[in-house]
Design a binder for this molecule. Sequence first.
Ligand code: MRU
Length: 344
Amino acid sequence: MIKPIIKTLWWEKERLYIIDQRQLPDTEKIIELKNTRDVWKAIRNLSIRGAPAIGCVAAYGAALSSLKIKTKDKKRFTETVNKDIGYLQTARPTAYNLFYTLARMKKILEDSGGVSVAELKQRLVKEAQAIYDEDIECSYKIGKNGAALVRDGMNILTHCNAGALATSGYGTALAVFFAAKVERKRFHVFVDETRPVLQGARLTAWELKKTKIPYTLICDNMAGYLMKQGKIDMVITGADRIAKNGDTANKIGTYSLAVLAKHQKVDFYIAAPYSTFDFSIKDGSFIPIEERDGDEVRKMQGKLIAPSDAPVYNPSFDITPARFIKGFITENGIIKRPGGWLRG
Ligand code: MRU
């Protein structure tokens, strides 16, 4: 079993715990999510965030829902868990992992003919645990596969947080750095602060500091200047949803980086597990983009930095067309173009 770099979320004695990411880096506060409503709220308010982590916590949320139900009537039990799954699916719209893991939990209910309510509860817990275990294993493999791209002396730029905190505990883009460090490669990471809610500054910088990986924090609008100066050798980010043709939704600002990287001839990679690929949609135009509260832009860390009534547009993600992406670093190898393997 792979040990998490950071304990982002965990299940212990039928209880679900997370590290409250809104409070990082100042405070490492652990909170218990006691019911489906708590899980929904924690996803919505970014206490837990990052596509794979959202998927894992939602699966545990469905298991938690099942354990709270008193009835032994199978039909009523199944209806209630299904209703809670439907509710959890509304927590955030973009990250595909949420829909992927909840579909797996739903399937356990569908395939439960002849099974008692008590046994079904155990199966749901087991499935959530399997989703968590698979996620950490995928992250580890992503790290190993991606580390092959890291060469001594490289400067690599990342955006948002695709680290241990965004997954079950090992990361995607940051997994590449963790694995490259284990392989004793010498490299340096530039971290975009990632406005509006600063996942880069608050979370990625915190993870890199904790793991002793050399990094420099920059404002989002500095990346172009750095690339122009030849200071960036490669860009690696995570993903929230990848369409069948490779178009990728990730944190707002990712598209601008990819365009800059193309212009400056810098390789741009996406690191993500297969659970982030939505093969049901043919391209990025079908990916729903979450719009969040305007106060995230008007304020910084709760403090107003603009008129309190400033009109705001706050899309949380953007779509990077596949043509800007050099490859997808996955648990099965690096996909150079849809359908073709570079390494594996
Ligand atoms: O709004 P967030 O913090 O959930 O957005 C997270 C990202 O955009 C990450 O880059 C993405 O989920 C990949 S995480 C491995």
